[in-house]
Design a protein. Structure first.
Lengths: 347, 347
């Protein structure tokens, strides 16, 4: 089968790889219909996150069950399913409490020895614990299929950030990061009842989408100027709930500095760089909470799926470029140079 | 009047200073009966926190109202009162939500221009918002008076840490720091229903007190050995709720590393040192929350006071040395060399 492989920074290729197959009784094989490229894939693409030469890549996909192992009972061959960006057994103490990312049997698509999402098919360990079944007729609805793909990562991650930030009905929220996760954070905050949502971003295509998703204000400044702007918009206090969806020292520093005393930063940007941007002195004196991490999107999938299916939320507009599998390297280049927000891969 | 003054690191003196007096209609003057020395005073004593030469010091006291301004209505001359370690107006949005430490009119005893707690009397701004009235007959009960003094800081701070760590009935808690705040954290965790409380400490007098306060296990190791010991005690997982009551890079690193995935570090140790000890990579991958800061003890005073008065909690044993006001410099030396856990000042 064909799949995307990373050989070195900036060296992404689509190649022949061994066919995905059932290896354990709990496995399923999913024939991929839609996949995509994540902002976090760019850390590997740019060399900021190490990968072994020849490692597979991609962790977001939906598709149709092609094979199942003898122990799989929740899905059947032919079912349309979406996968969260990690697999998990669904039965351990962490999975039962909704922290599937800490499952002892869990793992990330594209880690050494596993299939990546950006390929024709994926072997899914612990299929019962991992996959979520979708309505069969969604396969013929292009827009819906795209929206459902967002549930594999960015929508659930934005939701995790909003929960971490403590978004509640009536909240004032600020969102640092205008990538797909930040935009889904806007959508998640709106869904949770935020009254005011301040999106930080300077690219009008993205901030326009933020407004469409529920942002009430846009701050185009950066650094200290952005902090001043958010303070001005909030009567000097800052936002009670702040979503950090970038993962750099500067973005975290901005997030902490625009948080209202007693508020929280919900962070989902994968931390990168030597400094953390976490100024404990500021956080201590103002009682700012830092809460977040890798999102257990599997736990959020049922409720978010219901809201996508009934039209309450539609994250599909975060995808602004579509490529075929063989064009994936071009998709990476487009995301790397920010000419694309998020690239959809149609198979 | 006589009061404690810090002139330079290790240069603490008891001197004649201007009498405390009512300067604003909201002020009261409290004649101090009991005060104490805080572990955080040692940061100033050791030069790690800057003070102006001649600045007053001490932020924990209880005593009798001697004068009140014309606007004071909640206390009268002769009332026995306890003060939290910050003053606050009691009416602003932060005070109303229980974050008195962020009150725009608030401040710390001993800050430039204000009286410190380690003196014969203290001018209390915003007396109605700040002071909490105690039963008059407590003045004749030495043990009770000592327990009530702990409400000015360490007991409320330990409670704040326990809340930040998310302690709930049945919790497994670990406490980093065997000072008075850490020990009060043990007591607070027990009060909140923790089932297992692991105290980290190597001084048997302190760990014995931790056990008396409710610790079920003691870990005497430090650093990585302590982390291993806590993991062993918790089936490899770590503690769901971790109290960080020191404020150094090493203590924070230990706290983060012994927290169970999905758990929280409740931190109240005043941050010191160049590094934070906050490893965002670890926190991110394990969804560990960091929550805490300077404790709004004024908000907690009513409920903790009720529990001290009815005997549910008794933090008085954290005081293991008693000095007169003129002996305060000796008290600092005793706490600095750790021969005293917490020094009570009787006037």
């Amino acid at each position: 089968m064909r799949a995307t492989v990373i050989h070195a920074p900036h060296d992404i290729r689509v190649e022949d790889v061994p066919d995905a197959s059932v290896q354990q009784p709990q496995d399923a094989v999913v024939r991929v219909l839609r996949a995509c490229i994540c902002g976090s894939d760019l850390w590997a693409y740019r060399g900021a996150a190490k990968r072994l030469p020849g490692q597979r890549i991609g962790h977001e996909f939906l598709g149709v069950i092609e094979h199942i192992g003898s122990d799989v009972s929740s899905v059947r061959v032919g079912d349309l399913v979406v996968a969260p960006f990690t697999w998990s057994d669904g039965t351990c103490v962490y999975c039962l409490e909704g922290l599937n990312t800490s499952c002892a049997h869990g793992g990330f698509w594209g880690s050494p020895g596993s299939d990546g999402g950006q390929g024709e098919a994926v072997r899914v360990p612990y299929a019962d614990g991992t996959l979520v079944k979708l309505p069969a007729d969604a396969a013929s609805d292009e827009r819906l299929l795209t929206a459902l793909l967002a549930l594999s990562d960015v929508m659930g991650t934005g939701h995790h950030a909003a929960l971490g930030a403590g978004v509640a009905p009536g909240s004032t929220v600020a969102v640092v990061g205008d990538g797909a996760v930040g935009l889904c954070g806007v959508l998640a905050a709106k869904r949770l009842g935020a009254e005011r949502i301040i999106a930080l971003g300077r690219h009008s295509a993205r901030t326009d989408l933020a407004k469409r998703f529920g942002a009430t204000d846009v701050v185009a400044e950066r650094g200290e100027a952005a902090e001043s702007a958010v303070r001005e918009l909030t009567g000097g206090a800052g936002a009670h709930a702040v979503i950090e969806a970038v993962g750099t020292e500067q973005s975290m520093r901005t997030a902490v500095n625009i948080t209202r005393d007693g508020g929280a930063v919900g962070y989902v940007g994968v931390p990168h760089g030597s400094g953390t941007g976490v100024d404990l002195g500021v956080m201590f004196s103002r009682n700012i909470t830092l809460r977040g991490g890798v999102a257990p999107v599997r736990a959020y999938l049922p409720e978010l799926l219901a809201d996508v299916l009934d039209g309450t939320i539609d994250p599909s507009p975060v995808f602004d470029r579509e490529v075929a599998l063989e064009e994936v390297p071009e998709g990476y280049r487009a995301m790397d140079d920010r000419s694309a927000l998020k690239v959809l891969i149609s198979l």
